[in-house]
Write a new protein. Structure first.
Length: 458
């Protein structure tokens, strides 16, 4: 019989045996995890979570770069909303309007019940007042006759928001207008972090224009772009436009003088190299060509200015004289060298924004002061731009421009405010803000589930 020698178990063999047992245990645990609370520990027989219930992080988990576009498109939620839904454009009312202002407004001070406490965020900071909307001023959308589901036909909606730290906000509805009184902001109300660092937005009354929003639609009946002969209606505006356009000529002359000055400062020993430099030769020829083209235009400009001096700024402009000037400007630009990309090439662009800037954007004067001191010849022009389509709306469905990945599935926009100089919502890194609510909550009249988003542009 074969005899097996019995030897004592060494420490090395013992450790190897123990390691094998531990490895087997780990392998078994990997096949049958015991942490049933972990998202990664779903049992094979557990049903797959519906995608509509997944969070953004869950939908992006494990997604490669080729699939990210499809996921982001799904998160935009177009499949969960009709192609068109009613929206209400917010049209600002000009301070020069001769009719009583609507009972809806942005900024300023709210009208609140006496027993209503000014809302605060989770850190105890007072929220900023955003807007007050008279629900009776929301007309039905004419094509569908629809109103906003879950929203009373009378009463007042008031919106507050926090612009520091968390995005706390409050939407509340008061049924009685007669019980509301203007309320001053709390003494400890802090300035907004993003928007001009002021505690109170400038007050603007607005009216609500219904339209069917297809995410790209522009509300009908709101001013769009106009040709010069449509908006240059008086001599004051004509001269303001000419001054703005002349900035292109001044810029060109400044560049030309700088170029000539550089040539004059050259040492005699540098002349041969300069004469052989194709860039210097091309720029020199360019400035000479434009100077020749500018000569006849300068005569038209001088004649137009002399004619304007004989009229009151509010007088109706001579459209024939205006057309002659515009034609001379177009001829110059049409004959510019191909390398004319800047400066003089912008002579005929739309200068309305430049005029508005010169009229209203002085840093040391408030907008209210500028509007009150504005010459009468500019009132209609400024009024048109104030009341033009500025992108603000109540409800509708166009998604905000943002660099963040957000979930817009099964939600409805409540309020969308764009970056706007008039409203004080311009910011270096923000493009406005919007508030959204689940469609089911909106239909039920539940305003406790809304979410607020900043529209980031970086």
């Amino acid at each position: 019989m074969l005899q097996v020698a019995k030897t004592p178990l060494s420490m090395t063999h013992f450790l190897l045996l123990l390691g094998g047992i531990f490895a087997t245990f780990v392998a078994l645990m990997a096949k049958e995890p015991w942490d049933l609370g972990s998202p990664s520990s779903k049992r094979p027989d557990e049903p797959e979570k519906p995608r509509i219930e997944m969070t953004v992080d869950e939908m992006l988990s494990g997604v490669d770069s080729q699939e990210i576009g499809a996921v982001m498109e799904e998160l935009e939620g177009h499949a969960t909303r009709p192609a068109e839904i009613p929206g209400w454009a917010i049209r600002l009312v000009s301070p020069y309007a001769d009719t009583p202002p609507p009972n809806s407004w942005f900024g300023g001070r709210p009208a609140l019940p006496a027993d209503f406490e000014w809302p605060r965020n989770t850190a105890g900071q007072a929220m900023n007042f955003v807007a007050q909307i008279d629900l009776g001023e929301i007309p039905p959308e004419p094509e569908t006759t629809q109103r906003i589901p879950g929203l009373p036909e009378a009463g007042t909606m008031v919106v507050f928001a926090n612009f520091r730290g968390d995005l706390g906000h409050l939407i509340t509805i008061f049924p009685e207008h007669s019980q509301l009184r203007e309320r001053s902001e709390p003494d400890d109300l802090e300035a907004t972090f993003h928007y001009r660092r002021k505690a109170v937005f400038p007050k603007w009354h607005f009216e609500l224009i219904p339209y069917l929003d297809s995410a790209e639609a522009t509300p009908p009946g709101i001013l769009g772009e106009e040709e010069p002969h449509e908006w240059i209606t008086n001599w004051g505006l004509a001269l303001a436009e000419l001054d703005a356009a002349s900035g292109s000529i001044r810029s060109h002359r400044s560049d030309r003088n700088r170029h000539l000055s550089d040539l004059r400062r050259m040492k005699r020993s540098e002349w041969p190299a300069a004469r052989g430099n194709p860039e210097i030769l091309e720029r020199t020829r360019f400035y000479r060509q434009v100077s020749n083209l500018l000569s006849p235009l300068q005569k038209e400009i001088a004649a137009f200015r002399k004619l304007a001096e004989n009229h009151d700024p509010s007088d109706v402009v001579d459209q024939e004289a205006l057309q002659r000037l515009m034609s001379a400007r177009m001829d110059l630009v049409a004959n510019l060298p191909a390398n004319a990309k800047y400066g003089i090439a912008s002579l005929n662009r739309d200068h309305q924004s430049n005029i508005l800037h010169s009229l209203l954007l002085e840093r040391d004067v408030t907008l209210e002061e500028k509007l009150s001191d504005l010459p009468e010849c500019f009132h209609d022009f400024v009024s048109k731009h104030i009341s033009a389509w500025r992108g603000h709306r109540l409800f509708g469905q166009k998604l905000p421009k943002t660099t963040s990945i957000l979930d817009f599935r099964s939600v409805q926009c409540v309020l969308d405010i764009k970056a706007d100089y008039y409203l004080g919502t311009e910011s270096e890194h923000q493009d406005g803000f919007s508030i959204w609510t689940p469609i089911e909550a909106l239909t039920a009249g539940d305003w406790s589930k809304t979410k607020m988003y900043h529209h980031t542009n970086v």
